[in-house]
Write a protein that binds this ligand. Sequence first.
Ligand code: 13P
Ligand code: SF4
Length: 350
Amino acid sequence: MLDQTAIAAALGEHYDLAPSPAAAERQSALYARMNRVISPADWAIHAPYVEAINRLKTERNAVILAHNYMTPQIYHGIADVVGDSLQLAIEATRVEADVIVQCGVHFMAETSKILNPAKTVLIPDMEAGCSLAESITPEGIAEMRRRYPGAPVVTYVNTSAAVKAASDICCTSSNAAQIVAGLEAQTVIMTPDKYLAQNVAKQVPEKNIVWYDGSCIVHEQFTAQELRDFRGWNPDTRIIAHPECPPDVVAEADFSGSTSGIIDYVTRELPEKALLVTECSMASNISDALPGVEFVGPCNMCPYMKKITLEKVLWSLHSMEGAVEVDPEVAEGARQAVQRMIDMSRRLSA
Ligand code: 13P
Ligand code: SF4
């Protein structure tokens, strides 16, 4: 892939990407979804990219699947589908377009490819990784199986295809407790997120859950003490935490759920003040739709998610570079683990 300067120069030869109040005006309906969090001057910078991407999407017969942690200009400006990991995986099974552009991290693009081997799946930055995915290899799964013979392995989707293929079933943050509770085995191995596993262990006390030693660099930074302090200063704040946070952090929260679970909770409850103990774009993406909710307190940025920018999305659609490939044998093993999760999740919530 070209470097940033070369990409900017190459794009400049094909598109007029200079800040444009006229483009901003033409795209004012999209801007209305994010005008509390993006200034008019910044929108004039983003709007030419948004127009070029949306035009190119039609020409390429492409669809953009975007995770809830994308910036507002991606989430509201160019995405066709937004959601948490489970929703994006399910939507990937329904895509009819020839090309999927995954605005998220690499494991999400790999999951889309596994579910759509015949389609082109592009990731705008191959280095958009994930600390959880990087924490474990198939050998790590084999080691857990040696330590706990016969126990099924439930692997978080935040992993490589090879790790999924070495596992029995996948889970996401929205169905982990359901999947673990639905298995017949008494002892269940959860990989690679130790905090998600410990949080599930509290929800499913009848199981003996053992875990691998991985963690999310974004969520492990929150502390129970900072939440207690925050609640002391702002007693009327609703605290909502992602289950990748340590269990003592989740214990301080009024609600814990996947990224979409968090959005649903705030939309339903409409608290006066909400502290989302997760990635910073979450509050930005929903604050225009919820003007009565004041989003307060600390949040952390995911450096991997933030590698995805409008410029890189435009480049991937223009050049068709960044296609994700998965070895067919590995893909088939991983597909089975993901499909088992989707089927079990559907069955249990029917
Ligand atoms: P969700 O499945 O809740 O969207 O989580 C994905 C993720 O990477 C959170 O850090
Ligand atoms: Fe991975 Fe954490 Fe970033 Fe999610 S927030 S992609 S789990 S590093």
